[in-house]
Design a protein. Structure first.
Length: 135
């Protein structure tokens, strides 16, 4: 009987300590790899687009969702996030080094965003885009 009580106490303490150590799931966020499409003017987005949002406020942009393609062109820039809106400005590393800016609304789950893009400091004027966060 004493052994059963001791085992029950040890089992209870073990169960409580395991449940107390449960870690919370990380909060969703903007950092990570996002892929999607962009379009020119009023056209529906159909051209590949990818963004790598880094935790230090920098972003790498790819003009193709297949970032391993030899034809992909990369850009580097910075981004900011306020409320549910992300804005970024980036410059391509080749092809005359054009600079573009984007603005998008991000959903509450940080899984989807859509917005507009434009030349230089303008976050609109050239077209629309959408991105989906990759696992």
């Amino acid at each position: 009987m004493k052994t059963n009580k001791l085992l029950l106490i040890v089992f209870g303490i073990t169960a409580m300590s395991l449940s107390a150590c449960k870690k919370d799931d990380p909060k969703p966020g903007l950092t990570g790899f996002w892929t999607g499409k962009y379009g020119n003017g009023n056209d529906y987005p159909t051209s590949g687009y990818a963004f790598l949002f880094r935790g230090d406020g920098t972003v790498r942009v790819f003009n193709n969702s297949d970032t391993t393609s030899a034809a992909v062109t990369k850009a580097e820039g910075i981004y900011s996030f306020l409320g549910s809106t992300v804005t970024a400005k980036y410059t391509y590393l080749t092809g005359g080094n054009p600079t573009y800016s984007v603005s998008a609304k991000v959903n509450d789950q940080f899984t989807f965003m859509e917005g507009t893009w434009g030349p230089g400091d303008n976050t609109s004027g050239n077209g629309r885009y959408f991105l989906v966060k990759q696992p």
